[in-house]
Design a protein around this ligand. Structure first.
Ligand code: PA5
Length: 473
């Protein structure tokens, strides 16, 4: 198999190490197996296209919503200079996209440039750990904080509780009218009480389209409002995603990276029994995207599937690993443990910094072979070395390479993964866009926190506790 070169798109997919020629017939794919399955890929493409044309799913349209992009930029401009912290309150799909963008374009938090009103930091409150929320509030100045509560349902317990605390904190420190000017809500237009709250308190509000689920919402106001407020180039993000969208509709596996990679991942997963996928970026700035991808893949493709004869469980567990760091933590398992994984390396073609290593020799062999070389070469070599060592142990792996890591390429990468996920969902014949598996836990939480209307879940929970009480192990 040859690497897929996409001349118009600067994300390249190299599936060579998924082939049987590299990792053996038991773990890799033959050209015949791929050729035989191509109709499934084209069916997935046309089936998904029809659903999008019917407006069932909205994410492919998002990069083209120039009016919204302009409105978000205008809002960001109108408040620029007034805050040094953007505080997102959201969870899951309402938090991970903003993190993927911020981490991708400005770096992981501890090593970002010092924050200021010119370079506001992003603080994402995506948990209800009381110590975490306490420390976050202590670290923020209410007079210089812009709060962005994000919830599509307008009812998520984690987001509502933390937002109540942050709202109260703003009110106590600034007073009601000033506090209202420091909040921008992102929620659904016609559902959920966060919207009603926003109307009541006259808060600036951006809406999430009905046909875009949380994990597919990075290019709605969910990801774009925090990104624009943090000063990121959201137009470039959307332009990259728009170009990728164009390619994702092509009926040509050599140009459509999302479709080709969906087909090969689906085959490796289902035919070669690789029940785990390791998303392995070799770039700290892609670490946020790896966590975003983990949710996308897990929540979209982990489902109960029913056909006429039986009910069974489908899913491929996504793991996020960081190269080269996790070579010293995970690769022992990856090379010698169970051969149940497929590895997806994410590489950067041209680094913006080379990380030159000083030329001067020290007289010590462990240092001197490195002298005058660069970290960019070292990290690439480490990735190639890891891919080779996994391949020689018959572990199937592939590589996505971004020509460079900037807003355009990041937008393209995220959009490519969303299409890839949607295509694999079609090939598996499951609904990649719902998440019934998280509902019961949410309902138990409502019941146990005393929310009205959840008594039946309280009784169900109590029955479960009663069962536990009788068990000894
Ligand atoms: O992808 C999803 O749909 C979920 O992860 C949601 O984003 C998450 O549960 C948060 O939901 P909400 O935005 O309603 O608070």
């Amino acid at each position: 198999m040859v690497a897929v070169k996409t001349p118009l798109m600067a994300i390249h997919f190299d599936p060579t190490n998924l082939s049987a020629a590299m990792v053996g017939d038991k773990h890799g794919l033959t050209q015949q197996e791929v050729a035989d399955s191509q109709p499934a890929a084209f069916e997935a493409l046309s089936g998904f296209k029809q659903s999008v044309e019917k407006d069932d799913y909205g994410f492919p349209h998002l990069p083209f919503k120039t009016k919204l992009i302009k409105e978000i930029k205008a809002y960001a401009k109108s408040v620029a200079g007034k805050y040094d912290t953007v505080c997102v309150v959201g969870i899951g799909g309402s938090a991970l996209g903003a993190w993927a963008l911020d981490c991708g374009l400005r770096g992981p938090h501890p090593v970002q440039k010092a924050f200021s009103t010119k370079n506001p930091r992003l603080v994402i409150l995506d948990n209800v750990d009381p110590g975490f929320i306490h420390s976050a509030l202590e670290s923020m100045n209410p007079a210089k904080t812009l709060v962005v509560p994000i919830a599509k349902s307008g009812a998520t317990a984690e987001t509502m509780s933390v937002f109540l605390i942050v709202h109260d904190w703003l009110h106590a420190k600034l007073g009601g009218s000033k506090a209202a000017g420091r909040i921008a809500v992102v929620t659904s237009e016609n559902t959920g009480e966060l919207k009603e709250f926003a109307v009541k308190y006259k808060l600036v509000t951006f809406h999430i389209p009905k046909n875009v689920g949380g994990r597919f919402s990075v290019l709605t106001a969910v990801g774009l409002v925090p990104a624009a407020l943090a000063g990121l180039d959201i137009s470039a993000v959307c332009k990259g995603a728009a170009e990728m969208t164009r390619l994702c509709w092509l009926e040509n596996l050599e140009e459509n990276v999302a479709l080709k990679s969906a087909l090969l991942h689906w085959l490796i997963w289902t035919k070669k029994k690789k029940s785990i996928q390791v998303a392995f970026p070799y770039a700290n700035r892609l670490w946020g995207a790896a966590f975003w991808f983990r949710q996308l893949w897990a929540e979209s493709l982990g489902k109960v599937k029913k056909d006429k004869k039986r009910v069974f469980n489908v899913g491929q567990t996504p793991i996020a690993a960081l190269g080269a760091t996790d070579q010293h933590s995970q690769v022992q398992l990856y090379r010698e443990g169970p051969n149940d994984k497929v590895y997806s390396f994410w590489a950067v073609g041209k680094w913006s910094e080379s990380g030159k290593i000083p030329k001067a020799k020290t007289g010590y062999a462990s240092f001197d072979y490195l002298a005058g070389q660069s970290l960019s070469k070292l990290i690439d070599v480490e990735r190639l070395a890891t891919a080779a060592s996994l391949t020689l142990a018959q572990r199937p792996n592939c590589t996505f390479t971004l020509d460079k890591l900037d807003a355009w390429h990041l937008g393209a990468l995220l959009q490519m993964f969303e299409f890839q996920t949607a295509f694999v969902g079609r090939m598996l014949e499951i609904d990649a866009f719902d998440q019934p598996g998280v509902e019961l836990g949410k309902k138990f939480t409502f019941a146990l926190m005393g929310r009205e209307g959840y008594d039946e879940y309280k009784s169900e929970y109590e029955a479960y506790e009663a069962r536990r009480a009788g068990v000894k192990l």
